[in-house]
Design a binder for this molecule. Structure first.
Ligand code: FAD
Length: 531
């Protein structure tokens, strides 16, 4: 089968991949292929973002935004990256999201943009579309891309591995050359065939990894695929121990699990209470109270739960805002809870923390370049340095937009490298594999990864727990590799292999870093209940 050739291959079409594609498509000579493992091109973490996207509010400045990012990042955010975000970001929100693709952010009766305020922001500066901002943004971006003749979107296509030289080169002398990326092996789900997608430049935009944890706000596809592929290809990965836990996800059975109760609820005055109705945040963070940074709130809830054996805590907005205002400001949360029998205009919401955002990732420079030649990384899979040890709320959509745009501009400005000749890249070898993947085995292995990560590499970590995690995960990786080598591929099996790799990357980084900082919290010697 002949290979698919394009100038630029983008793996993933959330805000980061879509922003890159939009900018690249302005160069009509260039052929761009976007692949996504999902059947629906709008599926990904972006779609579920509720709170909004950061920009500059009325009495605001890039300096103030940088200050807030650096404070949240706990001394590990890269100041130059934060500055790029604060200076380029608001301009791109206006140029791309508002003017070019027409995202309808909420406005007041006079037509002025309405700015929300979220935890650890010193100003009101968050643009939103009700509480379904991500869905509105990705829909607008996809509609714009549909009109670009040089962009092809391939759905239900899962990247298995990056094609890198010397690893996949037929020429043995390629071993002396620096590592370079030439595209990816891609599993096309409808035909069940693995195809070579060759490209002059490749942009990794595969999002985060919340699904390697038992409790997460992330949708199914967030399995760390891009992180695992880049790591195997030899790219530098940094800050992988910094996994941010969202303090408040819904704690109702079945459909209620993992659904995010946006920070904006606390931004609007919502208060955290024990199941007995006592406020507890002022005890943990007297200065910020319920609007303390995420890691502080998440650990406070975790501490309350462990200390007192609570199954969850409560978030009360009902006694703070009138019912009409709650329904207008949080229509999605209101409707979701109502479907599950909970009226948030009258009752407090049961909540637990959950894995939410991956602050680390594939190292990139200011132009989204990784340490592998021709390979870019953008969005949640990348680590630009903006988020440091802890992400400031609502900055990740903006980071995807800014670095997606930057990757594209770098390629347009510097790149004219055609894809390698397909004769140089061996086709995928699957001859003789007859065994079908047993879904029971995949499901059980995924659950083992998720439980191990939750209990040993979660909100409170210790050397002993992390050593145990590494032992168990390494053993499981051997089993999974063996299973993978013997079995016909499908999307779930590819995801399982990526997930175990991603879990090991996070656990290793957490094990080696003994210093608590931001969302990496070690309680060695203090016991499970230490705060
Ligand atoms: C519930 C929730 C609420 C959030 N709220 C906010 C908010 O209010 N503000 C904010 O700034 N951030 C928020 N975030 C974080 C933010 O949504 C994400 O960080 C951001 O959307 C990531 O964008 P992305 O483009 O990097 O990845 P994604 O949007 O996750 O897109 C990843 C893409 O990669 C594809 N993909 C993955 N693996 C493969 C593979 N192997 N092969 C092919 N394709 C693959 C997926 O199908 C998808 O198209 C929230 C996240 C969640 C989960």
């Amino acid at each position: 089968m002949s290979a698919v050739q394009s100038d630029v291959l983008i793996i993933g079409c959330g805000i980061a991949g879509a922003a890159a594609a939009l900018r690249l498509s302005c160069d009509r000579q260039r052929q761009i292929t976007i692949i996504t493992r999902a059947a629906d091109p709008e599926e990904g973490n972006t779609r579920y973002a509720q709170g909004g996207i950061v920009t500059l509010g009325d009495d605001d400045s890039p300096e103030l935004l940088v200050q807030d990012i650096l404070a949240a990042g706990a001394g590990l955010s890269l100041p130059s990256a934060a500055r790029i975000l604060a200076e380029d970001g608001p301009r791109l929100v206006d140029e791309v999201l508002i003017r070019e693709v027409g995202t309808a952010f909420d406005r007041d009766a006079q037509g002025r943009l309405v700015y929300g305020r979220e935890a650890a922001h010193s100003r009101s500066r968050i643009l939103h579309v009700g509480d379904a901002t991500g869905a509105a943004i990705i829909r607008a971006l996809m509609e714009a891309l549909a009109g670009r003749p040089n962009v092809q979107i391939v759905t239900a296509a899962t990247a298995v591995d990056l094609i890198t030289f010397p690893h996949h080169a037929r020429d043995p002398l390629a071993v002396y050359e620096p590592i370079a990326c030439h595209g990816a092996y891609v599993f096309e789900q409808p035909s069940r065939a693995v195809q070579r997608y060759l490209s002059g430049a490749t942009i990794l935009a595969t999002g985060g990894l919340g699904r390697i944890y038992r409790y997460t706000s992330n949708p199914k596809g967030a399995r760390g695929d891009g992180l695992a592929m880049a790591y195997r290809a030899g790219a530098r990965v940094i800050n992988a121990e910094y996994v941010q836990f969202h303090p408040t996800t819904l704690a109702l059975p079945d459909d209620g699990e993992g659904f995010l109760i946006s920070e904006a609820v606390r931004g609007e005055g919502g208060r955290l209470l024990t199941p007995d109705g006592e406020r507890f945040m002022p005890r943990y963070a007297p200065e910020w109270g319920d609007l303390a940074p995420r890691d502080v709130v998440a650990r406070a809830i975790h501490h309350e739960m462990v200390e007192h054996g609570y199954p969850h805590v409560l978030l009360d907005i009902a006694s703070v805002l009138p019912a009409e205002r709650i329904r207008a400001r949080f229509p999605t949360i209101y409707a979701h809870c109502a479907r599950l029998g909970l009226d948030i205009t009258r009752q407090p919401i049961p909540v637990v923390p959950a894995a939410h955002y991956f602050c680390g990732g594939v190292w990139t420079d200011a132009w989204a370049r990784t340490t592998v030649r021709n390979l870019y990384a953008v969005g949640e899979v990348a680590c630009t340095g903006v988020h440091g040890a802890n992400r400031l709320a609502s900055t990740s959509l903006l980071e995807g937009l800014v670095w997606g745009d930057r990757a594209a501009r770098d390629i347009i400005g510097r790149w004219r490298e055609p894809p390698v000749d397909e004769g140089q890249v061996p086709p995928w070898e699957e001859a003789g594999l007859e065994e079908e993947a047993d879904p029971a085995l995949i499901w059980r292995d995924i659950r083992t990864i998720q439980h191990t990560m939750w209990h040993y590499v979660g909100l409170a970590r210790s050397g002993r727990r992390l050593a145990r995690a590494l032992h168990d995960l390494n053993h499981l990786r051997e089993e999974i590799e063996d299973f993978y080598r013997r079995t016909r591929l499908n999307d779930a099996l590819i995801g399982l292999r990526h997930s175990i790799q991603a879990a090991l990357i996070v656990a290793e980084a957490a094990y080696h870093n003994r210093t608590s900082r931001g969302c990496h919290y070690r309680d060695d010697g203090k016991g499970a209940a230490a705060f």
